[in-house]
Design a protein around this ligand. Sequence first.
Ligand code: NAP
Length: 286
Amino acid sequence: MVISVNLLEGKKVATSLDETMTKRVQVLKEKGVTPGLAVILVGDNSASAVYVRNKKRRAEKLGIDFQLIHFDTTVTEKELLSKINELNNDPAIDGFIVQLPVPDHIDEDKVIEAISPAKDVDGFTPISVGNLWIGTPLTKPATASGILMMLDYYNVDLDGKNVVIVGRSNIVGKPTAALMLNRNATVTITHSHTKNLKEITSKADVLVVAIGQAKFIKKDYVKDQAIVIDVGMDRDENGKLCGDVDFDDVKDHVSMITPVPGGVGPMTITALVDQVIELAEGRANG
Ligand code: NAP
């Protein structure tokens, strides 16, 4: 008997949600409001350039006004902060992002703190993080939010579920924990100092892995019939894109799993554009 694995197909979900989002943008435009997203990019980091290009493509596809502000690496901290201040006060921009990393001569914390929490579509400012943990987020970090949107699409109810998150980064692990806690899951966050990792992960109903280590999670880390969310974007020994979970090893053992690529990745930009549209809806409704 061939058992086919139940995939959580972020790519499909993203395409399906695009339809609704395009309609929401049309409704806004009829009210005279065009959602506006800006990205500040400093320097010519090739990975950052790809991320920005993907955001631009997706935003424009949905009818969102996209502005790229591209500075040379020689930009001063003062110039960057001044641009952030300008965007904070620009009524046509609903949300913006400073694409990280920034060059070493610029204080990243200062840059993040300068972003108005009302327009912080990355959800990285200390005020945004505080609101998220209080349970009243204005904005949510896109990867974490995208994971939740995908689980909602597949009607996965997190209430009372035992969730284990491997990785405690500010951009993925921690905000995913906060959002899932807000959905009444029982959440455990693990990291590189965690003792007996396997013992903890193998009790998870929902296992979220965001560590940046190719195929690290094998079958013996995963509870039978668990739901596995693989955030990792790594390269295997042959240079092929893969996740933090050894997909082939665990796939017959789980109830649902995200593929890499085509799982969490496409949902990240979906969550970002959804958030920009939501902020624009707030603007339209005064
Ligand atoms: P990060 O900032 O490097 O954090 C990695 C986390 O994993 C840290 O908390 C670290 O623990 C923990 N860790 C590392 N090795 C571990 C191990 N062997 N056992 C347990 N914990 C371990 O990474 P990140 O930015 O969260 O990204 C993680 C992965 O997700 C990367 O592959 C990245 O490319 C991918 N990613 C994908 C998307 C997407 O849209 N699909 C978005 C963001 C990131 P310590 O804190 O103790 O060091």
